[in-house]
Write a protein that binds this ligand. Structure first.
Ligand code: ADP
Ligand code: MN
Length: 266
Protein backbone atom coordinates (compact mmCIF):
# COMPACT_ATOMS: atom_id res chain seq x y z
CA UNK A 1 0.00 0.00 0.00
CA UNK A 2 1.28 3.48 -0.84
CA UNK A 3 1.34 5.95 2.06
CA UNK A 4 -1.22 8.05 0.18
CA UNK A 5 -3.76 5.29 0.42
CA UNK A 6 -4.06 5.77 4.17
CA UNK A 7 -5.63 9.12 3.62
CA UNK A 8 -9.06 10.03 2.45
CA UNK A 9 -9.73 13.22 0.50
CA UNK A 10 -10.46 15.26 3.58
CA UNK A 11 -7.10 14.40 5.11
CA UNK A 12 -5.39 15.35 1.91
CA UNK A 13 -7.12 18.74 1.94
CA UNK A 14 -5.89 19.35 5.48
CA UNK A 15 -2.35 18.48 4.52
CA UNK A 16 -2.44 20.69 1.48
CA UNK A 17 -3.91 23.69 3.23
CA UNK A 18 -2.02 23.53 6.47
CA UNK A 19 1.43 22.22 5.63
CA UNK A 20 3.65 24.40 3.53
CA UNK A 21 6.57 22.17 2.76
CA UNK A 22 6.26 19.19 0.40
CA UNK A 23 8.77 17.16 2.32
CA UNK A 24 6.95 17.78 5.59
CA UNK A 25 3.67 16.76 4.02
CA UNK A 26 5.27 13.45 3.31
CA UNK A 27 6.39 13.14 6.95
CA UNK A 28 2.82 13.82 8.01
CA UNK A 29 1.47 11.17 5.68
CA UNK A 30 3.93 8.59 6.86
CA UNK A 31 4.00 9.31 10.56
CA UNK A 32 0.65 10.67 11.59
CA UNK A 33 -2.76 9.09 11.44
CA UNK A 34 -6.05 10.59 10.43
CA UNK A 35 -7.04 11.54 13.99
CA UNK A 36 -3.81 13.50 14.37
CA UNK A 37 -4.58 15.42 11.20
CA UNK A 38 -8.06 16.17 12.53
CA UNK A 39 -6.51 17.51 15.73
CA UNK A 40 -4.19 19.73 13.69
CA UNK A 41 -7.10 20.99 11.67
CA UNK A 42 -9.20 21.76 14.70
CA UNK A 43 -6.38 23.60 16.50
CA UNK A 44 -5.78 25.58 13.32
CA UNK A 45 -9.49 26.39 13.07
CA UNK A 46 -9.39 27.71 16.63
CA UNK A 47 -6.78 30.16 15.36
CA UNK A 48 -3.77 28.74 17.22
CA UNK A 49 -1.86 28.62 13.97
CA UNK A 50 -2.50 28.84 10.28
CA UNK A 51 0.28 27.06 8.48
CA UNK A 52 2.89 24.51 9.54
CA UNK A 53 6.10 25.94 8.08
CA UNK A 54 8.72 23.28 8.57
CA UNK A 55 10.05 20.62 10.88
CA UNK A 56 12.38 21.62 13.73
CA UNK A 57 13.08 18.31 15.34
CA UNK A 58 12.21 14.67 14.85
CA UNK A 59 12.63 12.69 18.05
CA UNK A 60 11.66 9.21 19.17
CA UNK A 61 8.71 10.52 21.09
CA UNK A 62 7.61 13.58 19.17
CA UNK A 63 8.11 15.74 16.13
CA UNK A 64 8.28 19.49 16.61
CA UNK A 65 7.28 21.91 13.86
CA UNK A 66 7.42 25.65 13.51
CA UNK A 67 4.11 27.17 12.49
CA UNK A 68 2.75 30.67 11.87
CA UNK A 69 -0.56 32.13 12.90
CA UNK A 70 -2.69 34.48 10.80
CA UNK A 71 -0.79 37.49 12.15
CA UNK A 72 2.58 36.00 11.22
CA UNK A 73 3.46 35.03 14.80
CA UNK A 74 5.58 31.89 15.17
CA UNK A 75 4.39 28.91 17.14
CA UNK A 76 5.92 25.58 18.09
CA UNK A 77 3.70 22.58 17.37
CA UNK A 78 4.74 19.38 19.12
CA UNK A 79 3.13 16.19 17.87
CA UNK A 80 3.55 13.05 19.90
CA UNK A 81 3.87 9.79 18.05
CA UNK A 82 1.18 7.21 18.55
CA UNK A 83 3.72 4.57 17.60
CA UNK A 84 6.32 5.54 20.12
CA UNK A 85 8.53 2.88 21.62
CA UNK A 86 8.58 4.70 24.91
CA UNK A 87 5.38 3.41 26.50
CA UNK A 88 7.32 1.76 29.26
CA UNK A 89 8.87 5.08 30.09
CA UNK A 90 5.58 6.97 29.83
CA UNK A 91 3.89 4.50 32.13
CA UNK A 92 6.53 4.97 34.78
CA UNK A 93 5.85 8.69 34.93
CA UNK A 94 2.09 8.53 34.67
CA UNK A 95 1.61 5.80 37.26
CA UNK A 96 1.92 7.61 40.57
CA UNK A 97 0.61 10.90 39.19
CA UNK A 98 -2.72 11.40 40.93
CA UNK A 99 -3.88 13.56 38.02
CA UNK A 100 -4.09 10.40 35.92
CA UNK A 101 -5.48 7.91 38.40
CA UNK A 102 -8.53 7.01 36.35
CA UNK A 103 -6.84 6.74 32.99
CA UNK A 104 -7.61 3.78 30.77
CA UNK A 105 -4.14 2.64 29.88
CA UNK A 106 -4.23 1.76 26.21
CA UNK A 107 -1.56 3.21 23.95
CA UNK A 108 -3.56 6.00 22.40
CA UNK A 109 -4.89 7.16 25.75
CA UNK A 110 -1.44 7.11 27.23
CA UNK A 111 -0.07 9.34 24.48
CA UNK A 112 -2.99 11.74 24.81
CA UNK A 113 -2.51 11.83 28.59
CA UNK A 114 1.16 12.53 28.01
CA UNK A 115 0.32 15.48 25.75
CA UNK A 116 -2.15 16.84 28.28
CA UNK A 117 0.43 16.37 31.00
CA UNK A 118 3.00 18.44 29.13
CA UNK A 119 0.39 21.14 28.58
CA UNK A 120 -0.61 21.22 32.25
CA UNK A 121 2.97 21.16 33.47
CA UNK A 122 3.84 24.09 31.18
CA UNK A 123 0.78 25.88 32.53
CA UNK A 124 1.92 25.42 36.14
CA UNK A 125 5.44 26.62 35.29
CA UNK A 126 4.05 29.50 33.31
CA UNK A 127 1.78 30.61 36.13
CA UNK A 128 4.81 30.58 38.41
CA UNK A 129 6.42 32.98 35.88
CA UNK A 130 9.17 30.55 34.99
CA UNK A 131 11.02 30.87 31.66
CA UNK A 132 9.20 28.17 29.70
CA UNK A 133 7.24 28.34 26.44
CA UNK A 134 3.71 29.58 27.08
CA UNK A 135 1.31 26.70 26.32
CA UNK A 136 -1.43 27.81 23.92
CA UNK A 137 -3.57 24.72 23.48
CA UNK A 138 -3.66 21.00 22.85
CA UNK A 139 -5.85 18.40 21.29
CA UNK A 140 -5.31 14.64 21.20
CA UNK A 141 -1.55 14.24 20.69
CA UNK A 142 -0.87 17.78 19.40
CA UNK A 143 0.44 20.58 21.61
CA UNK A 144 0.79 24.21 20.51
CA UNK A 145 3.07 26.57 22.41
CA UNK A 146 5.05 29.76 22.19
CA UNK A 147 8.04 29.53 19.86
CA UNK A 148 11.38 30.27 21.52
CA UNK A 149 13.64 31.62 18.84
CA UNK A 150 14.30 34.44 16.46
CA UNK A 151 12.68 34.72 13.07
CA UNK A 152 12.67 31.25 11.59
CA UNK A 153 15.39 29.98 13.89
CA UNK A 154 14.76 28.09 17.09
CA UNK A 155 17.02 29.21 19.90
CA UNK A 156 20.00 26.84 20.23
CA UNK A 157 20.07 24.25 22.98
CA UNK A 158 22.55 24.79 25.79
CA UNK A 159 24.21 21.68 24.44
CA UNK A 160 24.84 23.37 21.07
CA UNK A 161 26.73 26.42 22.29
CA UNK A 162 30.10 27.02 23.93
CA UNK A 163 29.54 29.55 26.70
CA UNK A 164 32.37 31.54 28.27
CA UNK A 165 33.16 31.04 31.93
CA UNK A 166 31.32 34.23 32.83
CA UNK A 167 28.28 33.05 30.87
CA UNK A 168 28.43 29.66 32.58
CA UNK A 169 28.27 31.19 36.03
CA UNK A 170 25.41 33.40 34.91
CA UNK A 171 23.58 30.33 33.55
CA UNK A 172 24.25 28.47 36.77
CA UNK A 173 22.50 31.21 38.72
CA UNK A 174 19.55 31.03 36.34
CA UNK A 175 19.32 27.26 36.73
CA UNK A 176 19.46 27.43 40.52
CA UNK A 177 16.68 30.00 40.45
CA UNK A 178 14.65 27.91 37.98
CA UNK A 179 14.94 24.68 39.93
CA UNK A 180 14.06 26.36 43.21
CA UNK A 181 11.02 28.08 41.74
CA UNK A 182 9.81 24.99 39.91
CA UNK A 183 10.06 23.05 43.17
CA UNK A 184 8.04 25.70 44.95
CA UNK A 185 5.45 25.46 42.17
CA UNK A 186 5.16 21.76 43.06
CA UNK A 187 6.92 20.24 40.04
CA UNK A 188 10.08 18.32 39.22
CA UNK A 189 11.18 18.47 35.58
CA UNK A 190 12.63 14.95 35.59
CA UNK A 191 14.55 15.29 32.30
CA UNK A 192 16.51 18.44 32.94
CA UNK A 193 19.76 18.66 31.01
CA UNK A 194 21.57 20.77 28.42
CA UNK A 195 19.36 19.04 25.81
CA UNK A 196 16.15 20.56 27.17
CA UNK A 197 17.36 24.08 27.76
CA UNK A 198 17.23 26.71 25.00
CA UNK A 199 19.36 29.86 25.14
CA UNK A 200 18.03 33.10 23.77
CA UNK A 201 19.80 36.43 24.32
CA UNK A 202 21.59 35.21 27.42
CA UNK A 203 18.43 33.82 28.95
CA UNK A 204 17.70 30.13 29.53
CA UNK A 205 14.31 28.63 28.66
CA UNK A 206 13.42 25.14 29.81
CA UNK A 207 11.36 22.94 27.48
CA UNK A 208 10.09 19.35 27.25
CA UNK A 209 7.75 18.99 30.24
CA UNK A 210 5.97 15.76 29.27
CA UNK A 211 7.67 13.72 31.95
CA UNK A 212 7.66 16.47 34.60
CA UNK A 213 5.88 15.31 37.73
CA UNK A 214 4.27 16.56 40.89
CA UNK A 215 6.27 16.61 44.10
CA UNK A 216 3.73 14.15 45.48
CA UNK A 217 4.88 11.51 42.96
CA UNK A 218 6.66 8.65 44.75
CA UNK A 219 9.73 9.08 42.56
CA UNK A 220 9.87 12.89 42.72
CA UNK A 221 12.92 12.96 44.98
CA UNK A 222 14.84 10.50 42.82
CA UNK A 223 14.14 12.50 39.65
CA UNK A 224 14.95 15.80 41.33
CA UNK A 225 18.33 14.47 42.40
CA UNK A 226 18.98 13.19 38.90
CA UNK A 227 18.19 16.63 37.46
CA UNK A 228 20.67 18.22 39.85
CA UNK A 229 23.25 15.59 38.94
CA UNK A 230 22.79 16.14 35.18
CA UNK A 231 23.35 19.84 35.52
CA UNK A 232 26.30 19.57 37.88
CA UNK A 233 27.87 17.24 35.31
CA UNK A 234 27.07 19.64 32.49
CA UNK A 235 28.70 22.62 34.21
CA UNK A 236 31.75 20.60 35.15
CA UNK A 237 32.17 19.32 31.60
CA UNK A 238 31.63 22.81 30.18
CA UNK A 239 34.48 24.12 32.34
CA UNK A 240 32.82 25.38 35.49
CA UNK A 241 33.64 22.77 38.13
CA UNK A 242 30.38 22.05 40.00
CA UNK A 243 29.89 19.39 42.64
CA UNK A 244 26.53 17.67 42.95
CA UNK A 245 26.31 18.48 46.65
CA UNK A 246 27.16 22.12 46.03
CA UNK A 247 24.46 22.56 43.39
CA UNK A 248 21.93 20.67 45.48
CA UNK A 249 22.65 22.91 48.47
CA UNK A 250 22.42 26.04 46.32
CA UNK A 251 18.99 25.06 44.98
CA UNK A 252 17.79 24.24 48.46
CA UNK A 253 19.10 27.51 49.90
CA UNK A 254 17.44 29.45 47.08
CA UNK A 255 14.19 27.60 47.62
CA UNK A 256 14.22 28.31 51.35
CA UNK A 257 14.99 31.98 50.77
CA UNK A 258 12.16 32.34 48.23
CA UNK A 259 9.80 30.45 50.50
CA UNK A 260 10.62 32.74 53.41
CA UNK A 261 10.07 35.80 51.27
CA UNK A 262 6.72 34.46 50.10
CA UNK A 263 5.60 33.74 53.65
CA UNK A 264 6.69 37.17 54.86
CA UNK A 265 4.50 38.75 52.19
CA UNK A 266 1.39 36.90 53.38
P1 ADP B 1 11.77 15.67 22.51
O1 ADP B 1 13.10 15.81 23.20
O2 ADP B 1 10.81 14.86 23.30
O3 ADP B 1 11.88 15.25 21.10
P2 ADP B 1 11.50 18.57 22.92
O4 ADP B 1 10.30 19.21 23.58
O5 ADP B 1 12.76 18.55 23.70
O6 ADP B 1 11.06 17.11 22.46
O7 ADP B 1 11.71 19.32 21.55
C1 ADP B 1 12.66 18.89 20.60
C2 ADP B 1 13.35 20.06 19.93
O8 ADP B 1 12.38 20.89 19.29
C3 ADP B 1 14.07 21.00 20.90
O9 ADP B 1 15.38 20.58 21.13
C4 ADP B 1 14.03 22.33 20.18
O10 ADP B 1 15.05 22.41 19.22
C5 ADP B 1 12.70 22.27 19.45
N1 ADP B 1 11.64 22.93 20.26
C6 ADP B 1 10.76 22.32 21.09
N2 ADP B 1 9.92 23.22 21.66
C7 ADP B 1 10.28 24.43 21.18
C8 ADP B 1 9.81 25.78 21.37
N3 ADP B 1 8.77 26.05 22.18
N4 ADP B 1 10.41 26.77 20.68
C9 ADP B 1 11.46 26.51 19.86
N5 ADP B 1 11.95 25.29 19.63
C10 ADP B 1 11.38 24.24 20.28
MN1 MN C 1 13.90 17.05 24.61
Amino acid sequence: MEPDDYFDDEDFEILKRRIKDDRDRRIFQQVFDSKTLDAIQSLAQKGLFEIVEHVLSTGKEAHVFIATDAGGKKRAVKIFMMETTLFGKMNQYIVGDRRFENLRKDKRNLVIAWTKKEYKNLMIANEARLPVPMPLGFRENVLVMEFIGEGEHAAPRLKDIVPSRAELSEYKEQIIDFMARLYLAGLVHADLSEYNILVKEGKLYVIDFGQALLLTHPKAKEFFERDVKNLANYFTRAGLETEYSELYAAVKAKKDALDKKKKAKK
